[in-house]
Design a protein around this ligand. Structure first.
Ligand code: ATP
Length: 274
């Protein structure tokens, strides 16, 4: 396992344009091979955190370093290049339904081919071999020629993992990857993700609602409540007191800021984030 941090988040805050403060002073670092589950109530800020890390939304304060690079310091082109090395796995799989499984995984190689080849959809032998290897990695190589819309939910998520692996990611983020799957498939997908983290030495951050699955599968749990980290440690350290803090419903009011002139909300605090 790599010992230096691949992801370093320091003092991160995120205020949405309406003034809602979704993340406040978030700090943690992640090493290669770690399999981390992020838990918290609905609205705690889990998705916002992943979207900040992969640059989908701008951050409001603090810093995010990926493999030593501060993402805020990058220009748009550099951000795009870095984002190609960040795998993202979605709850809804986000496959191209009407094309083959192999083609879907090859889209993970788009960052490695030139514009002309991308425009005509040409991937040379080495890219195809890489895509097949990624499918093999999640036991889906036998479905390479299937159309994606013929697959079951669990199979689709495996293909999505293979596609993310094809990116040769520095880090893998997964936002509720098992929310649409039954318990048996959930375990299979979580096991696949954990194996990928360990064997490929890629850190994986998974947002997950199901506490029991998180506790069983994760090496490390980050608990978020009202946009702040309230726990960061081994699953075994989650006491009932900490869980209450993470999942309590009588949350303290979340602040709205008045820094943005487009704010539609009053200057005072007092509305819960859910
Ligand atoms: N574009 C936005 N503008 C304003 N507020 C937003 C926006 N997106 C999210 N929020 C708010 O930020 C808070 C955190 O949302 P986020 O989606 O990160 O929570 P979450 O923990 O992932 O929840 P869930 O588990 O339900 O997906 C929520 O209160 C949400 O309503």
């Amino acid at each position: 396992m790599r010992t230096s941090a691949l992801l370093e988040v320091k003092g991160l805050s995120k205020v949405y344009p309406n003034g809602y403060e979704a993340l406040n002073d978030i700090s943690f670092s992640v090493r290669g091979g770690e399999f981390i589950c992020i838990i918290g109530r609905s609205g705690a800020g889990k998705s916002t955190l992943l979207r900040c890390i992969n640059g989908l939304i701008p951050i409001s304060g603090g810093s995010i370093r990926i493999d030593g690079t501060d993402i805020s310091a990058l220009n748009e082109n550099e951000k795009l290049l870095l984002r190609r090395r960040i795998g993202f796995i979605f709850q809804e799989f986000n496959l191209i339904e009407r094309v083959s499984v192999l083609h879907n995984v090859l889209t993970g190689r788009l960052g490695y081919i030139n514009d002309f080849c991308a425009a005509i959809g040409y991937f040379n032998r080495s890219h195809r071999e890489k895509a097949l290897w990624c499918l093999q990695r999640v036991n889906m190589v036998q479905r390479a020629r299937y159309r994606a819309d013929r697959l079951s939910g669990g199979e689709k998520q495996r293909v999505a993992i293979a596609r993310a692996l094809a990116q040769e990611p520095l880090i893998l983020l997964a936002d509720e990857p098992v929310a649409n799957l039954d318990i048996e498939l959930t375990w299979g997908i979580m096991e696949d993700l954990r194996a990928v983290a360990r064997e490929e030495n890629v850190p994986i951050l998974v947002n997950i609602h199901d506490l029991e699955t998180a506790k069983q599968c994760a090496d490390r749990i980050i608990g978020i409540a009202r946009g702040r980290i309230v726990y960061d440690g081994a699953p075994t350290g989650l006491t009932s007191g900490i869980l209450q803090e993470i999942y309590q419903s009588d949350s303290a009011p979340v602040r709205y800021t008045t820094t943005n002139s487009e704010s539609l909300l009053p200057a005072t605090s007092g509305v819960l984030g859910g």
